[in-house]
Design a protein around this ligand. Sequence first.
Ligand SMILES: *Cc1c(COP(=O)(O)O)cnc(C)c1O
Length: 413
Amino acid sequence: MSRTERLRAMSEAHGAHTYHPLPVVIAEAEGAWVTDVEGRRYLDMLAAYSAVNFGHRNPRLLAALTRQLERVTLVSRAFDHDQFGPFVTELAELCGKDMVLPMNSGAEAVETALKTARKWGYEVRGVPADSATIITFEGNFHGRTTTIISFSTDPEAKNSYGPYTPGFRTVPYGDVAALRAAMDETTVGVLIEPIQGEAGVNVPPSGFLTAVRELCTEHGALMIADEIQSGLGRTGATFAVEHENVVPDMYLLGKALGGGLVPVSAVVADEDVLGVFKPGQHGSTFGGNPLACAVAREVIAMLRTGEYQERSRELGAHMHRRLGELPSDLVREVRGRGLWAGVELYGKARTVSERLMELGVLAKETHETTLRLAPPLVIEQADLDWALDRLEEALSSAATSDPARSAPREAVV
Ligand SMILES: *Cc1c(COP(=O)(O)O)cnc(C)c1O
């Protein structure tokens, strides 16, 4: 048995089977590259679903983390500490808002936003008790808690976890008329991914985010932008809502906010919204801890330079140009923005991701037929081109080994 096989067997035997990982066991990583336990190197084209936007073990972030490790790591919110004030001030400024409520995981930020919207609805808007509704979209992914999966439309994520939390209405993503029809005097918020990541990097029709903003303003509902995957440079802007010059009432951040080193999430909004919380009404033991704040402050400082957004914009344009040139009998569609793409295939994306792994590139399928590409924003153009060459190779070898995987003849224009 190889070292890889031995470790995979342990993971399978004693780790609950909530994931179907590629059969690679990573031991080390730096920048856009990872090394497995056999010493084989791979280019990481997933970046932990955008949590590693700044590359593995980014030196600036590692330095911030180690500096803080030598000072203080956790005091709970029972006491203030010298990283908290600067962190909430700097993140609020990055978002152009007044206040920050720090949590740890993305799902916790989403839960916090749902609680905020309801409390704000009852206490500020005067919605009758326990009647608030929040609108969500088909294909959404906002995390794994019982309330969040209550409005999931993915049976895998939702089934067998009932009874479900009431108070949500779900409408088709991109459908302005359906959204308008679903909104009424009970609507306190609209929860939206500016680009749906997990659903396959779905970019909404142009003008949709603007329409959501206008409908929220018209109905006095909060526009809640879940930028946990789309934000912090991924699409070529700090926030994906910027592509339509839309300003939501709440930003939900996570993933890359922790620099790939620690879990950090946050809800960011103005005081008339986040001001609804008084002491004892919400909280988190680890939320806003010194280590998390120190790392996130460095992430914010790096984003302020605009360098990562620009890399994503330029390298992303190059990547999408090349993806657009892939053979149309193998690729149905390419979606995305910046260094983020959903490559829609005719055959199983899993076969392609497994073939890519053998060629030294790590990417992951989402659902059956979509290959998701989201390399760290620090990737070198030569490495990106190398990965795209490997993708061409993987696609054509998958098609040769199984002719049924390519487009039916009538689909080839
Ligand atoms: C990953 C993700 C979440 C959940 O984040 P966790 O840290 O896994 O809880 C929520 N929303 C979006 C859009 C995400 O991509």
